[in-house]
Design a protein around this ligand. Structure first.
Ligand code: PLP
Length: 243
């Protein structure tokens, strides 16, 4: 698996260079959903530190197992970063606020309010991305683009949160032009938001979480700062785990 991880890094590097972006301006989030703690630990050994999870119960069990293994191992202090990237139900916000560093899938003010109230004060602010339904798919979660500004305004001042930017999962397509168009719209939406909100204390609005195994290149070319990559690193997931 470390060679797959290395290949993804090389691909990010080459794509960034080709569009005159600094390779280190694109962070790789390894999406480990459906894979076990052993797979995460293997990626950690290969240098990966940021992991994305979609399903809370699965994530909490895996995180505990990984942290335990790291503590009893000889690696010394390894600090991992955990990102929640799945749909959020209200009754899950407390555990998310207590255990994660990032949440990419906030699409309601109420969810953000709960995360803010429930973020333990001794922890660093929880990094938040608003999920945008950029392709306008009826079945997808995420804010409609015109809704983003008001929700961002409402969230921007909440204690315990750091509004970092936008996340999108465009409609899957092999058509590169369509991939680019969706990612470009997401970037333009973030740029608009930066203008509308200005830079407020503690709010960075510097993040575009977009691009997965199949469309990572187009996303990087359009400005992604975090790509969320699962199967290209860990292999195919079993079908029955897919939503
Ligand atoms: C599963 C998942 C990914 C990774 O998808 P791959 O196609 O395996 O790279 C990225 N983002 C989200 C939100 C996901 O659910």
């Amino acid at each position: 698996m470390s060679h797959k991880l290395q290949a993804v890094h090389s691909s990010i590097h080459a794509t960034a260079i080709a569009v005159s972006r600094r390779p280190d301006s694109v962070a790789l989030l390894a999406v480990s959903k459906t894979f076990g703690a052993d797979a995460v630990l293997e990626a950690v050994a290969a240098g990966q530190r940021a992991f994305g999870e979609n399903y809370l119960q699965e994530a909490l069990a895996k995180m505990a197992e990984v942290e335990l293994a790291l503590k009893s191992g000889q690696e010394g202090d390894v600090l991992l970063e955990w990102h929640f990237i799945g749909p959020i139900q209200s009754n899950k916000t407390r555990a998310i606020a207590e255990h994660f560093d990032w949440v990419h899938t906030v699409d309601r003010e109420k969810i953000a309010q709960r995360l803010s109230q429930q973020r333990p004060p001794q922890l660093a602010p929880l990094n938040i991305c608003l999920q945008v339904n950029i392709s306008g798919e009826a079945s997808k979660s995420g804010l409609a683009p015109p809704e983003v500004k008001d929700v961002a305004r409402a969230i921007a001042g909440l204690p315990g949160l750091n509004l970092r930017g936008l996340m999108a999962i465009p409609e899957p397509t092999d058509d590169l032009q369509k991939q680019h168009a969706a990612f470009r719209r997401t970037r333009e939406l973030l740029e608009q938001l930066q203008q509308d909100l200005g830079i407020q204390a503690g709010q960075q609005l510097d993040t575009l979480s977009m691009g997965m195994s199949a469309d990572m290149a187009a996303a990087i070319e359009e400005g992604a700062t975090i790509v969320r990559v699962g199967s290209a690193i860990f292999g195919q997931r079993e079908r029955n785990h897919e939503k």
